[in-house]
Design a binder for this molecule. Sequence first.
Ligand code: DGY
Length: 303
Amino acid sequence: MKVFVGRPLVEPSTAEILAGHDVVFGAGGLPASEWPLLAAVDVLLPTPRERVTEAILAAAPHLGLVASHSVGVDHVDLEACRRRGIRVTNTPDVLTEATADLAWALILAVARRIREGEALVRSGSWDGWKPRELLGVSLQGKTLGIYGMGRIGRAVARRGEAFGMRVVAFDRGQSEEDFGEFLSKVDVLSIHVPLTDATRGRFGEREFRRMKEAAILVNTARGPIVDETALVAALSSKRLLGAGLDVYQREPQIHPGLVFLPNVVLLPHLGSATFETRLAMARLACEEIARFARGEPPLHQVA
Ligand code: DGY
């Protein structure tokens, strides 16, 4: 079976599980220069950086499986895959705890002003302990709002309880009225929904106005769920206390307004970035390919 892997993965994954198959690695991003290689490919293994569009599918007429190295599949044109009878799989479960940890790293970093404190120490200008220096906010007794109670949302909620927070959630099936009430209650809002037509731009000026003043927003899901221009305005005017972002509206471009704000912590899409987790994701994507080659049913089919 001929397999095209979008870019090199953490090993041993392809080397072990796909031994015996003809595996070709791309340089990342699936540029048009790589499309001729897709002509004979049976399986494509993209990461979230490789957008699997109708044009890519047209360049790969023998494709039977897209085994994505990610839980989110917004980079894959699922409808086009369905139409062409191409199976699509993803890698849920194995990244739940790592992503929840990173959401909490951002919550703590913003609440306790880690970025500003670190910069102060490194600047060489810190001259010792002061009662009013870099005061953050306590989390104990505050309300953590989870937007999307899937696997990762639930794992973030569990950690919230350990930090003594009250946890509230907004999930599929709840009304707009419930959403407004949810927004008005939260001190920390953590986003855990997939990017879909329904969630794109879900958090903008109107939503920020409905939130408590001095709330913190954390996004480890997908950037386009948050309107960054509205977020910059809410943070600049101190309408929100701070934000922790791991994902961006036009990733990897960062809204210039975010870069200089002191009350924002910015990470380069590291949610699942532990060695153990990225290895498990790579192996799970390869396992889906091995099952496909053996004619076995998929473990995690999304289309
Ligand atoms: C995913 O899996 O969707 C993450 O964004 C990358 O780990």
